[in-house]
Design a protein around this ligand. Sequence first.
Ligand code: FBP
Length: 699
Amino acid sequence: MPDRDLINLEDLLKDPDVQKATSNENQELIERRDYTPPTCSVFNSDFIKLEKYDGFNFMIDDDAKEKLPNIIDKNVMRLAADDSPDDDFKEKITQKRNIGIVFSGGPAPGGHNVIAGLFDAAKKANPESKIFGFLMGPDGIIENETMELTQEIVDKHRNLGGFSMIKTGRTKIDTKKKNVLSRETARNLELDAIVVVGGDDSNTNAAFLAQELFQDDVQMIGVPKTIDGDIQVKDSDGKVLCAMSFGFHTAARAFAKSISNLCTDCSSDVKYWHVCKVMGRSASHLALEVALQTHANMTLIGEDLADYIDNRRLEHAEKTNTVDYTAYGMTLRHLSRMICDGIVRRAAVGKNYGVLVIPEGVLECINEIQHFIIKLNAIIGEYNYSHDTGFHMAFPTTDDKLEYLRRLAVLSREDGVATLWGTRDDDLFNTLPVFFREGLLTERDSHGNFQFSLVKTDKVIMELVQDYLEILRERGTYKIGIHRSYYEKTLMNAGLQPDIYGPLLFKNYNDADYLLVKKTIMSNRTLKNALVKAGLIDMDEHVPQAVTKIYKKSVPNFKTQSHFYGYDGRGSDPTRFDCNYTYNLGLTVFSLIANGETGLMAAIKNLEGNFEKWEPVGLPIAPLMKLEERKGKLALVIEKSLVDINGPAFRVVKAFREKWLAATPGPDNYRRPGPIRFTGLSEEDRPLTLELNALTKSK
Ligand code: FBP
């Protein structure tokens, strides 16, 4: 280009088009921020009171009674408009307040709207009120690291994903010292209330903090967050109070969109199996929703595998009057066989491609792995409890850790000391791939959870699948089906008669659209031998090229591509469902605080129904707590909600499994969920699992 046509760089950068093209603020962002979520009708009122919501029962744990005496008797509360408030009530609601809010655990789309809802409600009640964001998660409470949230900061983050406004962290406030420091922070900031936006562990923590801060008159309110979807609250009669934590819908939709793209890709390029690991540490809710959204060919559901019973083994044992305990639960070996079965059956109808969805926590549901996780958690917990230096500090490398385990095994064998780790454990453990052993020995998170996101779950499973497919290939039972018309055309083009070679080459020549090469033909040599034996060629002749071509096409080449869907979905901008849900949660939080409550979790009842049915409530946290094993010890925690394999959503997926596997001639049955949309009517309004699980007999 001649020099005179070049714009001077300074002028170029000032050009409005260049400025627009390089701005951080694009149209999508502007539209998102401008969106105003609808609010539940009760929020039309300036004065909202709380009413005890009768009809819900909880089985209260004795330990919870003892450890959380000031919040154990809390009830389910519903929000109701007070249209004729007296002066005292008006003053109570509108008094100036200082409220601190913290994000705890992994990010989940919608968190910013919880803050926005709380901010708007608090400022509307009293513009003098202050909202402080604790920075970097619970560390912000312990270290008094805060930021006062202003209109400008909040507006900048409305309807946007992530927790970037104040960040998050996984620290647990679980020691006397941390409690003292947290109380000090509350005192320094003159806080009336602290809001904990977190998962089951963080809400558990919130309950203990509520108890601790009770003496200082500082209220504590929890908010159910986690993309894993495993905070779902029911009372002891199974009545649903909170059907889903926020962030789940967005993450599942983001994963589903990407995985659906892979369904399109693999059925176009027809050469890969896409193996998609999706987040969900313990529960497989995300994988289940992805299955419903995409109709991927195979989706593993951990809870289903854990419940597996090998009926053939049971029947066999019954015949010999014995009981086969190994028939209960899934082993890694059996799981890999099941996956291979799907792959082989699809290959037989010419589909040497597909999509397999694996929940990241699935290994926890596999017998032998569960065994190791429980034992190792207990060993690490025990070590940390009785030593000054933590297990991972004391044994920094995998070799150090393995050596320690070996010592435990020797101790149990030679000295007869009862240890959790015997020689048999050691031997079995050493049969696992090195990278997986390393994974099992990695540091637990601050709550003592095994960090599944760090383990190559898919690699463990797919290595076994590869090995077994190789065996099936050797046995001649893993073949690509050849379409009859292709076979006929190829032979006729070469001047050969299909009906002469067909019965010799294929085991199903007379009755199938997809032809399967006989088991015995498993190499060029065996192919030639078969033709020679049938008198179609002499020993010194070559196999006709067209026949070799057909044979080669029948030999499977199993190629995979691995994908991990987790962090991308966690950081995604929220769906309209999550925007609306979280904004209303924020408004609910304020009403609970303004009415003087503590030890409650804000929730929206009837989330599975149309928006008009949504009902803001406060749920008592302490009665939800049960004793569970953590860090090798029993601890009071909020129970995680797992996939209900007797619930409608799973039963529907199970019923469609065969159809979605599509191991039949003809097209696949993929579904395209499309991108997360913000406007327009869409069937994606709320999670499909939620809709299905809400279906009852009476409907
Ligand atoms: P939360 O339960 O804290 O919301 O986190 C859920 C999650 O997204 C899991 O699905 C995943 O196993 C985990 O976070 C990974 O987080 P990290 O990388 O911090 O271990």
